[in-house]
Design a protein around this ligand. Structure first.
Ligand SMILES: *Cc1c(COP(=O)(O)O)cnc(C)c1O
Length: 248
């Protein structure tokens, strides 16, 4: 395993995490929010198994992946006890015929935005014999095709909540590319999240904010930021995949 051969990388990730925690603390303070209220999801797409190992070694417990094949290969390359220490989140585009594998490999699916997909995940979770945590992905950016529109969110959330093998935990959204539009888009995400209030199981999750916009997300009430670049640096290779990210 390369796990033990990358102390420099692990040190860098630990340093990066400290810097990120400071950014988060400052953002929470300026938003007047309590310090402990934002979770960090380590987004390991584009990196090898050593990124998962480094994230866990630095004390993070949640890892996120966008591409099923990449994630399957990465998780398989890790020691079972090591990957078992992480809560695995799927944050990429979903395809119906991949739901069984997704349910096997992941604990949380953040990108649920179609009823047919939710139904397939529900069936897959039953077959796999687990309850799958899911978030509804909201569309708050005109430049993004993914996600349920805020106006449809209540009906969609209520349908998902009724699925016996899914636990609806909250909402996820990706901000617009245009920095000038981020604040209002995040405010809309938070308003929709708040309006769904009692639809959620457990402590509600608002998964909002990435490396470039985490301060705005925290100002808007994010409870989970999804960070790749801030923790691991620039992704080494661009994903080679179909435009919708749905690789085979
Ligand atoms: C890649 C990705 C992230 C992490 O992006 P960074 O800018 O590297 O922090 C977060 N969320 C989603 C949905 C992603 O696809």
């Amino acid at each position: 395993m390369s796990d033990c051969e990358t102390p420099a990388f692990e040190r860098r990730v630990a340093d990066n995490l400290r810097a990120v925690r400071e950014r988060i603390s400052r953002a929470l303070a300026s938003a007047g929010r309590r310090p402990e209220t934002v979770a960090v999801l380590a987004v390991t797409k584009g990196f090898g198994p050593e990124a998962v190992t480094a994230a866990i070694a630095s004390g993070l417990t949640d890892v996120g992946e966008n591409y099923l094949q990449e994630a399957a290969a990465k998780f398989a390359a890790l020691e079972p006890h090591s990957i078992a220490a992480a809560r695995r989140h799927f944050i990429g585009r979903l395809q119906r015929n991949k739901c069984k594998r997704i349910a096997e490999l992941f604990d949380v699916v953040q990108s649920v935005d179609e009823l047919a997909i939710a139904t397939a995940l529900d069936r897959a979770a039953r077959e796999v014999g687990k309850k799958l945590d899911v978030l509804v992905q909201l569309n708050i950016a005109s430049d993004d095709r993914a996600g349920v529109s805020p106006g449809e969110a209540a009906a969609f959330a209520s349908a998902v909540r009724d699925m016996p093998n899914l636990r609806l935990r909250g909402v996820m959204a990706v901000g617009p590319a245009d920095p000038a539009k981020v604040s209002s888009a995040f405010a809309q995400a938070h308003a929709t999240f708040a309006s769904l209030g009692d639809a959620f199981d457990g402590e509600p999750i608002l998964s909002l904010g990435m490396t470039g916009d985490l301060e705005a997300a925290i100002a808007a009430g994010s409870t989970m930021v999804r960070l790749g670049t801030a923790l691991f640096g620039e992704r080494p290779v661009k994903q080679v995949s179909t435009p919708d990210g749905g690789e085979g």
